[in-house]
Ligand binder design. Structure first.
Ligand SMILES: Cc1ncc(COP(=O)(O)O)c(C=O)c1O
Length: 356
């Protein structure tokens, strides 16, 4: 494990402190992550799903309200919204960018179905920043809130601004596979709004203004001290790690750009991708996946079904781009410590498939 010694020291510090929930480590992580992002407040929570729920609750979004999300997204996004009590409304995504499509959002908000929409949750999927400016204009025109889901975009920039700082509030996950990863479940909401921050802090702990006295309804979503201590060890390396991710992504794009069987990912103009995943597209995805697995290359599919194609979120509409992506996407191995040799092995296997 990277930083193993420092992590063990940090965990031991927590064990010896006798304080395990919402203590000094959490406070320090909140301050350090806020400083990294350049926001006034980070509120540490128990998971990214909780971050979505608590962020919506803090805006008084709940039963009777609707939230628009991209149809091509992990179901965790939908779970967070369901837990707030709000209903889900889906919008198709941009094929090359994988993120919510501004035109699709505009048409969702312009139909009668769009009545009751309180917010749009823009997911920076795979680390690709959304089309923020256009989405912001559409959201403002329709009087709805635009919120960020940064569970996959730690380290990504939209016009030099870190994702997580673009709107009123942003949800983060620090699940162990994320670009900034705890050793268990953890999440956070970032915001510049003092009043909202106060509400988020209340909601994460039973609505307590002070111990045992609840000012409002709340939940239990507290980050624990161990996770905060681990995240504090890893945060200083985040930018360097994301930079390695970008280098590996560039290597893949340059080397595999001429493979006919593959469509390479692109980065939105004026943005820095965080490459949480490096996702190619292929109309022969299943054969390609088998080919890579037969060579012990751990390629994966994120995600095999769009939200409306899953039993839990079924709806009558067609979302052609999301459906196509669900049938074609394939994530190649990518993490900051991937060796040149392993990258070559992946490339050779893909070239072999392309020639075969
Ligand atoms: C885009 C996105 N949003 C939200 C979540 C939920 O985060 P968590 O797993 O920490 O609850 C995830 C994690 O899988 C995610 O990828």
């Amino acid at each position: 494990m990277r930083h193993q010694h420092e992590i063990e020291v940090a965990v031991q510090r927590v064990v010896r402190s006798g304080h395990y929930i919402l203590g000094d480590e959490v406070g320090a992580f909140e301050a350090e992550f806020a400083d990294y992002l350049g926001v006034r407040h980070v509120i540490a929570l128990a998971s990214g799903t909780d971050a979505i729920e608590v962020m919506l609750r803090a805006h008084d979004i709940g039963p009777g309200d609707k939230v628009v999300v991209p149809c091509f997204a992990p179901s965790a996004v939908a779970a967070g919204i369901h837990r707030s009590g709000a209903a889900l409304l889906l919008a198709d995504v941009e094929a090359d960018m994988f993120t919510i499509c501004p035109e699709a959002l505009e048409s969702v908000l312009s139909t009668s179905e769009g009545h009751g929409v309180k917010a749009v949750l823009a997911v920076h999927l795979y680390g690709q920043p959304v089309a923020w400016e256009r989405l912001q204009k559409i959201a403002a025109d329709h009087g709805v809130l635009l919120l960020e889901d940064c569970a996959q975009s730690h380290g990504a920039l939209w016009r030099d601004r870190p994702t997580g700082t673009l709107g009123r509030a942003a949800a983060f996950s620090f699940y162990p596979t994320k670009n900034l990863a705890a050793l268990g479940d953890a999440g956070a909401v970032a915001t510049n709004d003092d009043e909202l921050a106060g509400r988020l802090r209340l909601i994460r702990q039973y609505g307590w203004r002070e111990r045992y006295l609840s000012d409002q309804e709340g939940v239990n979503s507290r980050m624990d001290e161990m996770q905060a201590a681990v995240l504090r060890v890893k945060l200083p390396a985040l930018d360097e790690n994301v930079s390695h991710r970008r280098q590996i992504a560039t290597h893949y794009v340059v080397r595999l750009g001429s493979c006919h069987a593959l469509r390479m990912p692109v980065t939105r103009m004026h943005c820095e991708h965080a490459f949480h995943q490096f996702v190619v597209r292929s109309s022969r995805r299943e054969a390609l996946l088998q080919h890579l697995h037969s060579r012990k290359i751990p390629a994966a599919v994120h995600y095999p079904a769009a939200l409306h194609q899953q039993a839990a979120f079924r709806c009558d509409h067609a979302f052609p781009v999301s459906e196509k992506l669900a049938a074609e996407v394939l994530s190649l191995p990518l993490h900051p410590w991937l060796k040149a040799e392993a990258i070559s092995t992946v490339c050779e296997a893909l070239e072999e498939f392309d020639h075969g």
